[in-house]
Design a protein around this ligand. Structure first.
Ligand SMILES: [Zn+2]
Length: 362
């Protein structure tokens, strides 16, 4: 049998965690900082080394911004890059670091995704629509989890991060739950632990920002969620929850909702699809999650995402985008059609479909 060669980009080489530690761990040589406008404001209040230069503030990971940042790299010839901001700016910084072959420090200023950890960049079109992802050969060299910076972000960001992190279990267990490979089994089980931690601690974390449970939930969302993609590798893929997210980004009005909020809704759509295909565990999980969503204020319906006014045709178009041939929705263990996805999108809050009803329909 031919020897298969697998490369994993598991984690940053160093992860620093603590309060007000950003300045302390900044690189001491010529550094270019790629930051969002708000992250730039935060960094300017710190006493950073004189060797840090700020690039023009950026908001998203688009090809235009990539070209602009590569030009800044050319101009300043730094030896290190720092990316500071939310997921999209960190995705951009990771892509710039890869293209310019420079080491990178990520400094998340919110805990809305695990982008600060992972070896993956999502690229978006200028309109905000998801375009494609770029798997990177390595994770950022260093990650600074500065709780003092993250606590300044609106609490909504962490709530969205919880939604994004919850998806790890619901997606990895479907895409890789039957794997017999050591690392993938570990990734899926880690996703289960992550879900359990979030179910247990999220409400308290949100109620007391800066407290112990809050710090644990930040670690869960920024770090542990990243570990799962790291050890699971390319096989431990997203399924319908992120496919629904990606489809929703194609509607201009969906941009008011955060990544993790759309993913959270996508989890309910995925569970609903599994449920109508006879999975009773999915039915139970959906009701359990709805309770958590209610307590945290995570969206359960299109209306909660600001998309309640869509015509049926617009909704169908989004369902059809989610069902495009290369979509991860096809990792579900059954085939789905846009009509079925549309029905699931509309029934995320419905009562559980009983087994008898499923059987009589099939
Ligand atoms: Zn995500």
């Amino acid at each position: 049998m031919a020897q298969q060669r697998l490369t994993l980009a598991i984690a940053p080489a160093q992860v620093y965690r603590g309060w007000q530690i950003t300045a302390e761990y900044m690189p001491q040589s010529r550094t270019l900082v790629i930051a969002s406008p708000s992250a730039l404001g935060l960094l300017q209040t710190l006493s950073l080394p004189d060797t840090c230069r700020m690039a023009l503030p950026v908001r998203g990971c688009t090809e235009l911004n990539l070209a602009a940042m590569l030009a800044e790299v050319q101009k300043h010839s730094p030896t290190w890059l720092v990316g500071a901001g939310g997921g999209r700016v960190l995705d951009l910084a990771k892509l710039v670091a890869y293209r310019a072959d420079l080491p990178l420090v990520t400094v998340p200023t919110s805990a809305a995704t695990c982008a600060a950890w992972t070896a993956l960049s999502n690229v978006y079109e200028e309109s905000g629509a998801f375009a494609y992802d770029v798997p990177l050969p390595c994770a950022p060299q260093q990650l600074i989890v500065d709780y003092a910076l993250i606590q300044k972000a609106p609490v909504r960001m962490l709530i969205a991060g919880i939604g994004d992190a919850l998806a790890k279990w619901y997606e990895a267990s479907v895409s890789s739950g039957h794997s017999d490979q050591t690392m993938i089994i570990a990734a899926v089980q880690t996703a289960r632990i992550l879900r359990d931690l979030l179910l247990q601690q999220s409400a308290e974390a949100i109620a007391t920002p800066g407290g112990k449970p809050w710090q644990e939930v930040v670690d869960a969302v920024v770090c542990l969620a990243g570990v799962i993609g790291g050890i699971g590798g390319a096989d431990c893929r997203t399924v319908a929850a992120h496919a629904i997210h990606n489809a929703l980004t194609h509607h201009p009005n969906a941009h008011g909702a955060l990544h993790g909020e759309k993913v959270a809704y996508g989890i309910l759509v995925q569970l609903r699809l599994e449920e109508v295909h006879g999975n009773q565990l999915a039915a139970t999980a959906r009701q359990q999650l709805r309770e958590l969503y209610r307590s945290l204020g995570l969206p359960q319906t299109l209306a909660d995402l600001g998309l309640g006014h869509l015509s049926r045709e617009e909704q169908y178009n989004l369902a059809a985008i989610a069902c495009r041939p290369n979509s991860d929705i096809h990792r579900l263990p059954f085939t789905v059609t846009p009509t079925e996805v549309l029905e699931a999108m509309e029934s995320t809050t419905s009562a559980t479909t009983s087994k008898a009803a499923v059987e009589s329909a099939s």
